[in-house]
Write a protein that binds this ligand. Sequence first.
Ligand code: SAM
Length: 276
Amino acid sequence: MEPEIWFTEKHTHFTGITFKVGTVLYTGKSKFQRIDVLDTPEYGRVLLLDGLIMFAERDEFVYHEMITHVPLFSHPDPKDALLIGGGDGGVIRELVKHAYLKRIDQVEIDEEVIRIAKEFFPAMSSGYKDSRVNVKIGDGSEYVKNTNNKYDVVIVDSTDPVGPAECLFKEDFYRNVYGILREDGFISIQSESPFFDMNWTSAAVTNLRRVFPVVKTYLCFIPTYPGGMWSFTIASKIYDPEDIRNERFKEMDLKYYNKEIHKACFALPNFVRSKL
Ligand code: SAM
C-alpha cells in the first residue's frame, strides 16, 4: 500500500484544512520565508509560504479577481496601478487584462516567490511578460515612503500581518499610500479572515479609517482559505467603492467578478458588521 501524504494548515490549535498531496514539487527557503509547492488531486498546484496556503490553482481566481477588479471598476478611468506583494503574479495577471492601464508597478520583497511562480505556475504568472509591468524587489513600506510616483490604484496583496508583512498593516504605511494616491484613487488590501482572525481584520480597518474618509470591507468565498470566507478592505479619498464607474469588464474573461458581485460583496453578515 502506497504511503499517503496529506497537508494540513491549522487555522487554530483545534481546526484546519487538510487535503491529500500527490507530489511535493519544491521545498526551499528564501531570505524571508519557507516556500513549498505541492501538487494535489483536489486543488491542483498549491503554493505555501511558511507552511500557510497562499493560493491553490483551483480557487485562486476568486481572490485575485476580487482584490483587483473591485478597485479597478470603482475608478472612473484608472491609468496606473501599484501592487505591493503579490509575487505569485495572480494580481498582475488580472491587472494586465485592463487595456487602459498604462503602467503597472510591483514591489515584492522576495524575488524567490516570483522565480518559483514563473517556474511552477506559468499560467498564473503570465502577466509578467506584459511590457507595462515594472517589478522592483524591496519592502513595500519603504517604497511608498520614498517614491515620487503617483497612482490611481494601490493593491496590497500581502502575507499575514506578521514577519515581513507586519509593516503593511500599520497606520503610517496607509498614510504614505494616501500621499501617493491621486485625489480619486483607491487602495485595496487583503484583510484576512473575519471568522478566525477578526482581530487582524478590525485592526486593518481601524488603521485605514484613521487615514481615509471612505473605508469599506467586502467578502468573497475561497474554499482553501480559513473557513472559506475571506475579506478585502478598500479605501478612498472621495468615492464610494460600491459604485461602478467604468464597465470595461464586458471586454474581459472573468470567472468570479461581475456587476452583481460588485454590489453584493459589500453586504456584510451581522457578526462582521458589528465588529467593524
Ligand atoms: N496572492 C496570494 C493570495 O492569493 O493570497 C498570496 C499573497 S502573495 C504570495 C504575498 C506576498 O507578499 C509574498 O510574495 C511576500 O513575499 C510579499 N510580502 C510580504 N511582506 C512584504 C513587504 N513588506 N513588501 C513587499 N512584499 C511583501
